[in-house]
Design a protein around this ligand. Sequence first.
Ligand SMILES: [Zn+2]
Length: 65
Amino acid sequence: MTPKQKQFKSGTQKHWHLTQCPFHDDHNPSLAYNETEFICLACGRKGSVDDLRKVTNLPEWEERK
Ligand SMILES: [Zn+2]
């Protein structure tokens, strides 16, 4: 898999959720994640959601795959 630059559009395509970013000192939920990947809109950190789950507690998915 190659990382692609995707335009972030809220409310379209995938199911994005917002949470506080564990990778920087976040005071507002600025990290967007979906079923497969995450990206922080503040510090730019991104990766797979599995990596995110290792460092923070995410709420249960609405739909599991
Ligand atoms: Zn961040």
